[in-house]
Design a protein around this ligand. Structure first.
Ligand SMILES: Cc1cc2nc3c(=O)[nH]c(=O)nc-3n(C[C@H](O)[C@H](O)[C@H](O)COP(=O)(O)O)c2cc1C
Ligand SMILES: [Mn+2]
Length: 463
């Protein structure tokens, strides 16, 4: 059930229809033609500056016949509404789906098979790939969810990977070293084989949460999406061996990542806030395309925009919560305030637990670079309080853990000679030896606060 009491929408279109009707002020149809080169990104940027985060539907995008939707995941409220969850309890909903996965169901047909374009008739130029920021090397597709099947386990991995226009049926792909898609690709390349994939656009928002799941290699991300939806996702087998795609997607590209080919990819303005990542990277060749009638092309604006940060943070925080809770049972909360950064609050019972929390966090997400651990009296969403805890509870010679030479994000512009190898830092900003033994925080007595009525002393209206 969604918050209005109706059924959970079955697909992206169903969600967009529901949301436009339920929240018309958060849904904006743009009739005027928009240029995919910078203009779409400029509209989004200006709206963000005005603190507006509606779903945008561009009816006419220059050079393409597809309508484009963007900003679908721009707030927790929108994503939560798609699965009928309470946005304030989203973490519990996500964790419950991880613990109660529902395996996918194979079907033989579905709306995505309305139309098929063959390899010879396909041209990326017919699709509205976007150029967002100055410094982007070429038009990009960022909302493509890459599905790949592990040949040994038969389980499907899902991830978002930026794809750069290179030619009629070729795009460059960026796969972070150490992430699962890169591992699958490497296993196939070791055998001189291409990795067959599908690139899926325009699925129910639960798909994005599953694709951004962070867990061990081999976790079935389709089953987590099923868990979020409360029903199995319906999948169709593709023409290439090992390819699989959702029956309800708007557009699906069947493709292979070629072995032993590397071409220039990037730079691209990334969520880190920088134009980074120029390098020699693998190449994807499209072999066929399936589309629904009146297909909608989904876009996620590249760079440091709300949508990317909001959608990625939900699964990331759920993963940190689950793994740290395993090491420190008195974990209170986790918060990801910026790229590569984590703040954790714990109720420290024993010395060393802040370090246990850091190590659990570092080992469960290669992107994490800085972890700050505070006591439960600190509001971790208030960065000023966190800095205060560091200022008053940390001595750098004993409370900072530095781990050099660890795999991190290759998009970290501060890493040295070796791309993607970083120094990790944990800051134990808990009170030592314990909060109860530490000087007390300033507090006006509770009973005085409770009994005193401010309006007896000042006129608040006049202040
Ligand atoms: C919009 C968007 C674009 C992304 N682009 C990339 C990318 O180009 N390369 C990459 O390695 N990860 C990218 N990510 C992050 C991965 O999708 C994410 O780390 C995912 O959990 C990886 O899954 P895997 O470890 O199962 O392969 C992107 C995430 C989002 C939200
Ligand atoms: Mn994975």
């Amino acid at each position: 059930m969604n918050p209005s009491g109706g059924e959970i929408p079955k697909d992206l279109r169903g969600f967009l229809e529901y949301y436009e009707q339920a929240h018309p002020r958060e849904f904006c149809r743009i009739e005027k033609e928009v240029d995919p080169r910078y203009e779409a990104a400029a509209i989004l940027t200006k709206l963000e500056q005005a603190r507006k985060l509606p779903i945008l539907r561009y009816e006419k995008v220059k050079g393409s016949s597809f309508p484009v939707v963007t900003n679908v995941y721009s707030t927790k409220k929108k994503i939560a509404a798609s699965i009928g969850a309470d946005p304030r309890r989203f973490r519990q909903t996500y964790l419950a789906a991880m613990e109660n996965p529902i395996p996918p169901r194979l079907v033989t047909g579905g709306p995505v098979l309305d139309q098929t374009i063959s390899q010879d008739d396909f041209d990326w130029k017919d699709f509205p790939l976007m150029t967002y920021h100055q410094g982007d090397a070429a038009p990009y597709l960022t909302a493509g969810m890459v599905l790949a099947e592990d040949p040994e386990t038969g389980r499907t991995n899902a991830s978002f990977n930026r794809l750069m226009y290179q030619g009629r049926n070729r795009v460059g792909i960026f796969m972070t070293v150490g992430k699962h898609l890169h591992e699958m690709y490497s296993r196939m390349e070791d055998q001189d084989q291409p990795l067959p994939i599908t690139i899926c656009l325009g699925s129910h928002p639960a798909w994005a949460l599953g694709a951004l799941h962070i867990g061990p290699y081999g976790d079935d991300e389709l089953a987590i999406i099923g868990g979020l939806l409360g029903r199995p996702v319906e999948m169709i087998r593709g023409d290439l061996p090992g390819t699989i795609f959702p029956a309800e997607a708007e557009i699906v590209f069947e493709a292979v990542i070629e072995p032993h080919i590397r071409e220039e990819e990037g730079p691209f303005c990334e969520f880190s806030g920088y134009a980074t990542g120029r390098g020699l990277r693998p190449v994807v060749t499209v072999t066929s395309v399936h589309l629904r009638e009146k297909a909608i092309f989904q876009d996620i604006c590249g760079g440091q925009h709300r949508e990317h940060l909001v959608m990625a943070t939900i699964p990331m925080e759920a993963n940190f919560y689950r793994t740290i809770k395993g090491a420190v049972p008195t974990l209170v909360d986790v918060h990801v305030p910026a790229p590569f950064s984590l703040i954790v609050s714990i109720k420290k019972r024993f010395p060393g637990q802040a370090q246990s929390a850091m190590l659990a966090a570092f080992s469960s997400d290669i992107y994490l670079k800085h972890a700050i651990v505070v006591d439960e009296d600190v509001d971790i969403t208030n960065l000023q309080e966190v800095i205060w805890a560091i200022a008053t509870r940390v001595q750098a010679d004993t409370d900072i853990l530095v781990i050099p030479g660890v795999r991190g994000s290759s998009l970290d512009p501060s890493c040295g000679q070796q791309e993607g190898v970083v120094t990790k830092m944990g800051i134990d900003a808990t009170a030592k030896p314990s909060l109860s033994a530490f000087p007390k925080r300033n507090k006006v007595p509770r009973d005085v606060l409770d009994r005193l009525k401010l309006e007896d002393y000042v006129n608040l209206e006049e202040l």
